[in-house]
Each structure stands twice: as C-alpha cells, then as structure tokens.
Design a protein around this ligand. Structure first.
Ligand SMILES: Cc1cc2nc3c(=O)[nH]c(=O)nc-3n(C[C@H](O)[C@H](O)[C@H](O)COP(=O)(O)O)c2cc1C
Length: 296
C-alpha cells in the first residue's frame, strides 16, 4: 500500500469510528414548533425515516417529523401519523413502548398509520395490512379505520448490527421504498382529515367544500371538495374585498373527492401577503365561499 493510500484508509477509519459513536448515542435537538401535525416513526436502518419525511412532504411540509427514540412530546400537536419498520412481524420495541406510554393521547390524535416491510419483495396486500396495521399498530394505538399504508422498504446490510447482518448473509440488499407512494399517502391523510372536518356547504346534492387545511396557513394549504356528479368546476382565491387573486382550477371534473394545493401565490406567481383570503367554489350553477387566513 502506498503511503497516500494508507493515509486515505486511515482517515476513512476515523470517520467510521466517529459515525459508530454517533449511532450508538443518538442525539436529538428539540426545536420549538408551531406545527400542529407530527409524523412519528420507529426504524432500525432508516427506511421508515425516509418514508416519514416523504409522508410529511406529501402533506405540503406541514408536519414535524420525529424519531420515536427522541421520545417526542406530542401534547402541543393536534394530529399524528405514526408507524415504522417491521422485523419478525412487529415494529421496533421503542415504537411499541412509546405507543404504550402515550396511548390515551394517540387514541385521540392519530390520523394515519403506516408500516414499512420487506415482504420478500412481493407487492403488499390485505394480508400485510391486517398483520401490521389492523392487528398491530391500530390495536397498540386503540384506533380503528384510520387511513393506513404498508410500504415496501429496503435492506442495507452495512447499516445493520453485525449479528443481524450475519443472519442476512445469504440475502441481497434491495430498495423498494417509493417516494411517490409516501407522498400520495401524506395527501390521502390530509384529505381524509379535511373532509372529516367539512360542514354543510350550500352546494347542490351531496357536493361540499371543505375547510382549507391547515388554517391559518403558511406558505401553502390544501382545499378539499366533493362533487356529487361530474360537472364544470371553478375554484378561485379572492382577497378579503372579493377581488380575484388566483384561479386554481377551471374545467370539467369527475364526481368524487378532490383536493387542490394552493401554494400561496397569485396568478402572476407572486407570494401573497399575510391576511384573510376567501376561496370560492362554483359548481352546478351555485357558488360557495369560505374564509381562510395566511400568517407570517
Ligand atoms: C432481521 C429482519 C427481520 C425482518 N422481518 C420482516 C418481517 O417479518 N416481515 C417483513 O415483511 N419484512 C421483514 N424485514 C424487512 C424489513 O421490514 C425492511 O427491510 C424494512 O425496510 C426495514 O426498515 P428500516 O430500514 O426502517 O429498519 C426484516 C428485516 C430484517 C433485517
């Protein structure tokens, strides 16, 4: 080995030792937060962390993301999405323990559940949902019928403790975790929460316009609505004096649940000032308008 190679490998060794020290003594830095949503995950090798971050991204970034080993205090949050990776059919001991200690709070605040598993690379189906969600996480949290998702995850043997890595020696690494699925689940959770909070709307049939979420918001929010039949729809943002700020959509849409993300920008692409805004849905000859607030 040449002298410079020796040097290179020596430095890499120091880096690895420092990393190992960090991993065995995880440090977390609590940050004050105004957010009302939290995504909490339990992981061994990190795929559930990626899933949690992408779920939050699918919720337009309105959620704080916590490793359950931080023992997060969720009392200031109103809504929680919780889940983690699966070994031997169960989530990590830390996650199970945390849920047990916080069950009363979680029972009220859980809005979504997720699990990340290998399933030998096969697509997940009702059996995995039953095993990991219905008969495991939902029971631990004492909740029923919450939006849920089982994701395929990944194996990275170099991130495992030596004993576990040795036990997996015959298996190849893989990565089946899909960002798009995590984003879609985040949107699904938000949409379910938005439509659960919807009031009578003044629209025909069973069509309705939900309250934007979150509200107040910054920088973006989601507006959910339901159409009882297909038809021409126009959704606009107005300022407090009723002047048009942005046309979010105008066109024919199918029946069913819909939601649109407003990025807080006007038709010219500029970010709007904080204050009160109206959003107005026109459908089937009728218009319904609701109020929302952008904060700094
Ligand atoms: C020791 C071990 C046991 C596992 N047991 C299961 C299992 O019972 N069912 C399953 O579907 N996947 C199982 N897996 C696959 C993991 O759930 C999958 O790799 C997941 O992405 C790991 O998440 P993490 O990266 O957050 O730790 C197992 C993986 C390991 C290493």
């Amino acid at each position: 080995m040449q002298r410079r190679d020796f040097f290179k490998w020596g430095l890499a060794g120091v880096g690895t030792a420092a990393l190992a020290g960090k991993a065995s003594a995880l440090e977390f830095y609590p940050m004050p937060s105004e957010k009302k949503w939290a995504v909490v995950y339990g992981t061994w090798c990190g795929s559930s962390r990626d899933a949690a971050v992408w779920i939050s991204e699918g919720m337009a970034g309105i959620a704080d993301v916590f490793d359950v080993r931080e023992n997060p205090d969720l009392s200031g949050f109103d809504h929680v999405v919780i889940g983690g990776s699966i070994r031997s059919g169960r989530t990590s001991a830390e996650l199970q323990d945390y849920i047990g200690r916080n069950q009363a709070l979680l029972k009220e605040k859980v809005r979504g559940l997720f699990a990340v598993c290998g399933n030998m690379g096969s697509p997940v189906g009702p059996a995995q949902t039953a095993a990991f969600i219905d008969n495991h996480l939902a029971k631990l949290c004492d909740v029923e019928n919450k939006p849920s998702k089982v994701f395929l995850g990944r194996i990275t043997k170099s991130l495992m403790d030596p004993q576990t890595a040795a036990s997996m020696a015959g298996a190849a690494d893989y990565d089946n975790l899909k960002r798009s699925e995590c984003l879609a689940f985040g949107q699904q959770v938000l949409q379910a929460a938005a439509s659960a909070g919807k009031a009578g709307s003044g629209l025909p049939g069973k069509s309705s316009l939900g309250q934007n979420y979150p509200n107040p918001f910054n920088p973006s929010c989601r507006i959910g609505y339901r159409l009882h039949r297909p038809g021409e729809v126009r959704l606009q943002i107005l300022d407090a004096k009723g002047r048009k700020v942005r046309t979010l959509l105008s066109g024919v849409q199918p029946a069913g649940e819909h939601s649109v993300l407003w990025d807080g920008r006007d038709d010219q692409g500029g970010s709007v000032a904080s204050g009160t805004y109206l959003y107005s849905l026109r459908f089937d000859g009728k218009t319904v308008t609701k109020r929302m607030m952008k904060v700094q």
